[in-house]
Design a protein around this ligand. Structure first.
Ligand code: AMP
Ligand code: GLY
Length: 435
């Protein structure tokens, strides 16, 4: 079949990489893609938000399956547009994508369905006074979230009540995120460790993929500013079989059943952002798509034809037996431009890419690159996701291999964290000590 992947980051490179290995996939396109993706798929110069042009392309090239990476086209209704024209597409409908597109919707949904999450309330512009007294009632720190999509900047962890009030005011009064901040959610801060669980579901049947951990902060030791994610590993040893069973029974099943009851069954990849703390598993957020960079470590661990699996999801006939999982371990180190997540320069020439991939089971996923003549240049904040796999499941070997590969790659101002995966090793040591 002919497959179109929509998006241009490391997540989409990982999707294209796995689809290229799928016997069911013949022609593979990516819109708009990047320099790394161009080695595996034909690039199509259409932006991921241009639903009409993507639709016209899919019709013209007889695309059997479209796979959507980023959230914006999903919350913008790309799935509804394709399906109404009889085209198979992997992702949730616009109304199901509200689980990510509206934090107010997601929180009220969780409350109605008894899904564990942080204590919270929502407020709009006429309720600033109530917001202020709710902030007074919460223990510090307090978390303030814009309702809608805000390019990953809509969550503020506030150490003082004044900061929390300022965050509310800047969202609902000053409208720094436009309509996305017309309502805010204010919630308690949850203690614990985060994990990302991806679930493939056709609305009824589901299969969970290897649990992963992201590294959201820019500096080692989880310090400094929040980023899109500076590295990941899977399967996360933090998520024991018992915790995974809780995730499935307390979060996943009630979520899928709740969406079905609403008349908006969830299809596609549901990303559950979870906090694992002293009192169990709680949902931090839902995303309506694969995560980035977690996808770079989760997809290499799937055994099976990803093209077939995603098509089965789109056709509402997922067979969970078709998705195997290997016993490998994977680690991904993100290389970023100097200055990221604040302003940064682009257009820096990258060298050492083929040297980095010389060792077996190292894949350099491109996140922000483009090609100019014979050179590959940086074009984003997150530039590359250097991923390594150890087939025997040894994290130490996977992490060391990823760092050895990253050391081969040079561009001016290249920055990466030096402690990716250390948490996995710590959990494994603890597990051994307990035994
Ligand atoms: P969200 O977009 O809701 O996932 O928030 C982004 C990040 O903010 C999460 O991955 C957490 O690191 C952090 N966060 C969000 N909500 C909370 C919370 N209630 N308690 C602690 N950290 C949170
Ligand atoms: N890794 C965070 C995200 O994809 O939202």
């Amino acid at each position: 079949m002919n497959v179109l992947v929509v998006g241009s980051g490391g997540r989409e490179h990982a999707l294209v990489w796995k689809l290229r290995r799928s016997p069911s996939v013949q022609r593979l396109y990516c819109a708009p893609g990047n320099a790394g993706i161009s080695q595996l798929a034909e690039l199509v110069p259409i932006k991921s938000g241009d639903i009409d042009s993507l639709l016209a392309f899919a019709n013209q090239e007889k695309i059997s399956l479209t796979v959507v990476g980023p959230e914006q086209p999903l919350t913008g209704g790309i799935v509804d547009a394709f399906e109404s024209r009889g085209l198979a597409i992997f992702g949730p409908s616009q109304s199901a994508a509200r689980l990510e597109g509206s934090k107010v919707f997601a929180k009220e949904f969780m409350k109605r369905n008894g899904i564990p999450t942080a204590l919270h309330r929502r407020f709009s512009v006429s309720e600033i006074h109530e917001a202020s007294s709710f902030i007074d009632d919460l223990r510090l720190p307090v978390v303030v979230k814009a309702d809608g999509l805000a390019a990953g900047k809509g969550v503020v962890i506030c150490e003082t009540r004044q900061q929390a009030l300022d965050a509310v005011q800047s969202m609902v009064l000053d409208k720094v995120f436009g309509a996305a901040g017309e309502q805010v959610v204010i919630e308690e801060f949850l203690e614990g460790e985060e994990a990302s669980l991806f679930v493939l579901t056709d609305g009824s049947n589901f299969v969970t993929l290897a649990p992963a951990q992201d590294h959201k902060r820019i500096l080692d030791g989880d310090k400094g500013k929040n980023t899109g994610g500076m590295g990941a590993y899977a399967p996360a040893p933090l998520v024991t079989d018992e915790i995974k069973e809780n995730m499935v029974n307390e979060v996943l099943i009630p979520t899928l059943e709740g969406m079905k009851k609403l008349g908006t069954p969830y299809r596609g990849c549901l990303y559950c952002g979870l906090m694992i703390g002293r009192d169990g598993v709680k949902v931090l957020e839902y995303n309506c798509r694969f995560g980035d960079p977690e996808t770079q470590v989760v997809l290499p661990l799937i055994d099976g034809d990803l093209g077939e699996i995603l098509l089965d999801v789109a056709r509402r006939k997922l067979d969970s037996q078709s998705v195997g999982s290997s016993s490998a371990a994977a680690a991904c180190v993100v290389m970023a431009s100097a200055g990221y997540p604040d302003s940064y320069e682009t257009g820096k020439e990258i060298s050492g890419l083929s040297e980095a991939e010389r060792e077996s089971d190292v894949i350099v996923f491109h996140a922000g690159t483009n090609q100019q003549g014979g050179s590959i240049l940086t074009s984003g904040g997150r530039v590359l996701g250097v991923t390594a796999i150890d087939h025997n499941g040894d994290f130490r070997l996977a992490i060391d291999k990823a760092y050895r590969a990253a050391e081969q790659i040079k561009f001016q101002g290249a920055y990466y964290r030096r402690d990716i995966g250390q948490k996995a090793l710590k959990h494994m040591r603890t597990a051994v000590e307990i035994r």
